[in-house]
Design a protein around this ligand. Structure first.
Ligand code: ADP
Ligand code: MG
Length: 397
C-alpha cells in the first residue's frame, strides 16, 4: 500500500462528466489498496473568470484578497469531487487549505508553501490548496508520499510542446535536472517550483493523462506517462539522447542600456535597482568595450518591462550617464536541453547552424551545463522550435 498525491489540472475537472471520470480513476487507485490525497485545480476557465471579476474592482487586485477570491475555484472542485466519490460508494472527504494549515509565504499569488503541519490522509481526501502542481508536490513531500501524480491533458512530458510540433514524442523518463531546465525555459507542462520541490525532497513525480479511460488497469497506469527521475536512479539507463527537449518562452522582453562607461561597478549600478524592485533578470550580455564605453542588454518578464524601463530612466540614467535606453517586447527565448551536452561537443554549433540556415538571427545566447538558450525575434519562435526539434532528431524514437 502506498500513499499517493494526485493532482488534476483545470481541463481534467472542466465539466461534471470529467469530475466523474476523475472520481472513477481515483476510486480505482483506492480499490487497489492505496491511500489517496487529491488536489484538483479549479474548473478550466474559472480562475481567469475570478481574476477578471477582481480586476473590474481593482486594476491591480490586492494579492491577499485575490487569493481569497481565487480559492473559491478549488472549493467547488474539492466538494464536487468528494460528492462524486461518495456517489461511487467510496469514503471521501474534502478539506480546504486552511483546514490542514498549509502556509504560503507573503508573496501571496506565488503561493510558495513554507510549512505543512498536518494533512489527514484517511481513505480519500480531496484537498483545496492552490490546485497547482507546486502545492501537490509540496504536499507529497510533507506527507512523505510514495509518489505524486500530475494528471493533465497530455499523456506526459514531450520533447517539445505537442501543440506546436505534432511530431513531438513522449519521454518515458526525464531527469529532474532536465525537467527543471525545461520548465525554467518555458515548458508549461509542470510549474518550475513543483520541479524544484520534487528535486529537493526527492518526490517521485509522474505526469499522466486524465483523458484516457479511467478504468485502465492500475498496474498499467502506474507505468504510463513520464516519470521524473534522478540521475543516479537505477532505471535511468534508457533513453540516452544527447538532447531531451526543446523549450520556448514568449513572455520576455529585452532592454539595452547604450554607451555606459566601461568601468567596475557598472553592472551593479544598472541591475541593482532592478533587483531592488524584485524584477528577475534572465539573459544578460555586456558587449566588449569600445573607447571606454560598452552596452549592456538583459531580458525581463514582459509584465515587468515597463517598470524596469522606468526605473532605468529615473533612477539609473541620471547617475551613469548612458546615451540611451532601448527595448524590444517582441522577442522569444528558445532553448535546447539535455544531459548529453555534458559529454558531447558541438551541440551549440549545431544549434546555431540550424537557425542560420533558416535565416533566424540570434540576438543573445546563454548557456548552462545542460541547456543552451537563444533570444530571437518572436515571429520566428515556432519555426525555430520545429527546425531544432528535427535537427536533433527528437521526432525519431
Ligand atoms: P493543467 O491545467 O493540467 O495544469 P497545463 O496547461 O498547465 O495543464 O499543462 C499541459 C500543457 O502543457 C499541454 O496541453 C501542452 O500544450 C503544454 N506543454 C508545453 N510543453 C510541453 C511538453 N514539453 N510536454 C508536454 N506538454 C507540454
Ligand atoms: Mg499546469
Amino acid at each position: 500500500m502506498a500513499l499517493i498525491v494526485q493532482k488534476f489540472g483545470g481541463t481534467s475537472v472542466g465539466s461534471v462528466e470529467r469530475i466523474r471520470n476523475v472520481a472513477r480513476r481515483v476510486a480505482k487507485w483506492r480499490a487497489a489498496g492505496h491511500e489517496i490525497v487529491v488536489v484538483p485545480s479549479a474548473m478550466a476557465g474559472e480562475t481567469n473568470r475570478l481574476i477578471a471579476l477582481a480586476k473590474e474592482i481593482q486594476a491591480h487586485p490586492d494579492p491577499r484578497e485575490l487569493d481569497v477570491v481565487a480559492a473559491t475555484g478549488e472549493q467547488v472542485t474539492i466538494g464536487l469531487l468528494a460528492m462524486a466519490l461518495l456517489e461511487l460508494g467510496v469514503k471521501a472527504r474534502s478539506y480546504s487549505g486552511w483546514q490542514v494549515r498549509i502556509v504560503t509565504d507573503s508573496a501571496h499569488n506565488k503561493a510558495r508553501i513554507t510549512s505543512i503541519d498536518e494533512a489527514k490522509a484517511g481513505n480519500i481526501t480531496t484537498l483545496g490548496r492552490g490546485g497547482s502542481d507546486t502545492s501537490a508536490v509540496a504536499l507529497a513531500a510533507a506527507l512523505k508520499a510514495d509518489e505524486c501524480h500530475i494528471f493533465t491533458d497530455v499523456d506526459g512530458v514531450y520533447t517539445t510542446d505537442p501543440r506546436i510540433v505534432p511530431e513531438a514524442r513522449r519521454l518515458r523518463t526525464i531527469t529532474f535536472e532536465e525537467m527543471l531546465e525545461m520548465a525554467g525555459a518555458g515548458s508549461k507542462v509542470l510549474q518550475i517550483r513543483s520541479v524544484e520541490f520534487a528535486g529537493k525532497y526527492r518526490v517521485p513525480t509522474r505526469v499522466l493523462s486524465s483523458l484516457t479511460d479511467p478504468a485502465i488497469a492500475v498496474v498499467e497506469e502506474a507505468q504510463a506517462g513520464t516519470l521524473i527521475t534522478f540521475e543516479d536512479d537505477p532505471h535511468m539507463a534508457m533513453e540516452k539522447a544527447v538532447i531531451s527537449g526543446v523549450a520556448f518562452n514568449r513572455d520576455e522582453a529585452k532592454i539595452t542600456v547604450h554607451d555606459v562607461p566601461d568601468r567596475p561597478g557598472i553592472a551593479y549600478a544598472i541591475l541593482g535597482p532592478i533587483a531592488d524592485a524584485h524584477i528577475d533578470v534572465d539573459v544578460i550580455v555586456q558587449n566588449v568595450g569600445h573607447d571606454g564605453m560598452t552596452d549592456m542588454t538583459f531580458t525581463v518578464h514582459r509584465n515587468d518591462y515597463a517598470k524596469a524601463v522606468k526605473i532605468l530612466k529615473t533612477q539609473v540614467q541620471p547617475h551613469i550617464k548612458c546615451r540611451e535606453i532601448s527595448g524590444d517586447e517582441r522577442i522569444a527565448k528558445v532553448s535546447i536541453v539535455g544531459m548529453g551536452m555534458r559529454s558531447h561537443a558541438g551541440i551549440a554549433a549545431q544549434m546555431f547552424r540550424t537557425l542560420s540556415e533558416e535565416g533566424i538571427n540570434i540576438q543573445m545566447i546563454s548557456t548552462s551545463e545542460i541547456k543552451i538558450t537563444v533570444v530571437i525575434e518572436e515571429k520566428y519562435t515556432e519555426l525555430a522550435v520545429r527546425v531544432l526539434h528535427k535537427a536533433f532528431e527528437l521526432d525519431q524514437a
